[in-house]
Design a protein. Structure first.
Length: 151
């Protein structure tokens, strides 16, 4: 059985995932990127697409779905939230993966159907060597370009 965990603001969404990695009690985490077209009102403004989505499997096998208008890297302040989550994922040394292609929007589906969609896609290990591959799905800018432009 799955639970939808998306909060109404990006700071709370970031905090929820940072807590997942801080407690490090997950069995598996999978990162996703949405397409940049084809969403609905539940997915927020199309100016913010693609969106980050996440599936967390805890030690008991429960699934937590974070989707919809969740996190985005389309603007620098929002990128910093995504960066914090990616940094925490790397530091956790846990079982963290990412979908290698965009996942169609799942927020219009029930929690269980969304989780099944998320579990059905091809994934790769998320680590320092693959982080840039995942980030390409979220942004037209690389993380290095963000740093050069804004830092």
């Amino acid at each position: 059985m799955a639970n939808r965990k998306t909060c109404t603001d990006s700071a709370s969404n970031e905090a929820a995932l940072l807590q997942v990695f801080a407690t490090n009690t997950f069995r598996k985490v999978i990162f996703f990127a949405s397409p940049d077209t084809g969403g609905s009102r539940k997915d927020g403004s199309e100016n913010n697409w693609p969106l980050m989505a996440v599936l967390v499997e805890d030690q008991s096998g429960e699934l937590d779905v974070y989707d919809g208008d969740f996190l985005t890297a389309t603007r620098y302040p929002r990128y910093l939230e995504v960066k914090a989550v990616l940094d925490a994922a790397q530091a956790s040394n846990g079982n963290v993966f990412y979908a290698t292609a965009p996942l169609p929007f799942t927020s219009g589906k029930g929690e269980d159907a969304a989780a099944l969609d998320m579990l059905s896609v091809q994934t790769d290990v998320f680590d320092q060597s693959t982080r840039a591959n995942y980030f390409k799905l979220l942004s037209r800018l690389t993380e290095k370009q963000y740093a050069q432009t804004y830092d």
